[in-house]
Design a protein around this ligand. Structure first.
Ligand SMILES: Nc1ncnc2c1ncn2[C@@H]1O[C@H](COP(=O)(O)OP(=O)(O)OP(=O)(O)O)[C@@H](O)[C@H]1O
Ligand SMILES: [Mg+2]
Length: 342
């Protein structure tokens, strides 16, 4: 499959150079056309900082300190590095080649402009579409994302839409230029549970229809199983495991992945009790000398886990950052961590 986005060695830190606090360290992954990659991990693991860094949208005081984000361009055009790209290039790429959907749809909508006009504006700005044609496109897009009576609703303001409809409108806006990459950061967390599944179905259908690459940030592993092809797990700002969703779910290679799976409510449906992960994510800026998960890990050993930084090791289609991974695998793997003997 064709790569559309190549992220290499991405690191993000907060604060001035002298008192820099690292938030994301050396993250690398590929997004391929038509493929959805889930980025999972507990709160504070650096998922949003990674997603925001891709499009130069980091909050004030937070910056990329190393790495590249290469957006591959169609035809013979050279790839664009979004880390070094200027503000004008980034503004052109955002919404046209790479679009983003956030948790809170109101943050992406202007309350004083009709929904139809906001979608049409994306078309006009990026593709130079005329006013009337762009307005028609906006109505078509609203229909495509499941808004009933799109012709009438296009003339309404965002506050007249329900939460689920607002997120549909934001998705319509994101898809207006048929981007190559869609980045969705917890796109359903703010919505009613009944609406969440509908919005995810919509995202997956659109991703498939348009052959887009998607990065879906979520901490809901149930969502991942139904929507994504590959899974990247973050812990304390680092990727600790990456691989195909089916393979990782069946045979997690990192104890943190296994612990996340065991903690998921879906685990209860398989007749197991969800197991909370003991302890908390270490605060940024105080990384231990060895593995950052060691203090919470059921399989840790002072040596090799606490002695030296653990590298991410790639074997075939799977990457894992665990000094004991081969050893644990020999003992039968990590599928049911509560019963495995450390
Ligand atoms: N503006 C900021 N300045 C400094 N540090 C920040 C800022 N925003 C977030 N952080 C810190 O960066 C780290 C990573 O945060 P991030 O928002 O990427 O986590 P996340 O994985 O998206 O979590 P969640 O699941 O809660 O959304 C956290 O320790 C957080 O406290
Ligand atoms: Mg987040």
């Amino acid at each position: 499959m064709t790569h559309v986005l190549e992220v290499d060695g991405l690191s993000v830190a907060a604060g001035p150079a002298a008192r820099r606090v690292p938030l994301v360290h050396d993250v690398s992954f590929r997004l391929r056309a038509g493929e959805a990659l889930a980025l999972v991990g507990e709160s504070g693991s650096g998922k949003s900082m990674t997603a925001l860094a891709l499009l130069g949208l980091l909050p004030r005081g937070v910056a990329v300190t190393a790495g590249s984000v290469r957006l591959l361009e169609p035809g013979d055009r050279p790839p664009l590095d979004l880390v070094t790209a200027g503000t004008r290039t980034l503004a052109d790429v955002r919404g046209r080649r790479v679009a983003m959907v956030f948790q809170d749809p109101m943050a992406s909508l202007n309350p004083s402009i009709t929904v139809g006009e906001q979608i049409a504006e994306v078309h006009r700005r990026h593709l130079g579409t005329g006013r009337a044609a762009a307005a028609r496109q906006a109505v078509d897009l609203l229909g495509a994302v499941g808004i009933k009576e799109p012709g009438r609703r296009a003339g309404d303001y965002p506050h007249t839409f329900s939460g689920g409809m607002r997120q549909r409108a934001v998705i319509a806006m994101a898809l207006a230029c048929e981007p190559a990459v869609l980045i969705a950061d917890e796109p359903t967390t703010a919505l009613d549970v009944t609406i969440q599944a509908q919005i995810l179905d919509l995202l997956v259908r659109m991703q498939d229809d348009l052959g887009m690459a998607m990065l879906l940030v979520t901490h809901d592993l149930g969502v991942v199983a139904g929507t994504c092809h590959r899974l990247a797990v973050m812990y304390a700002g680092r990727l600790v495991e990456e691989g195909g969703v089916g393979e990782v779910f069946d045979d997690p290679a990192h104890p943190y992945t296994a612990a996340l799976l065991a903690a998921a409510p879906e685990n209860a449906m398989r007749g197991h009790k969800p197991q909370a992960i003991p302890g908390t994510v270490p605060a940024p800026g105080e990384p231990p000398p060895g593995c950052a998960f060691s203090s919470r890990c059921a399989h840790t050993r002072p040596d090799p886990c606490d002695t030296a930084p653990v590298e991410l090791v790639r074997t075939g289609a799977r990457s894992v950052r665990c000094a004991r991974s081969a050893d644990l695998h020999r003992r039968g793997g990590l599928r049911r961590p509560a019963e495995a003997t450390p």
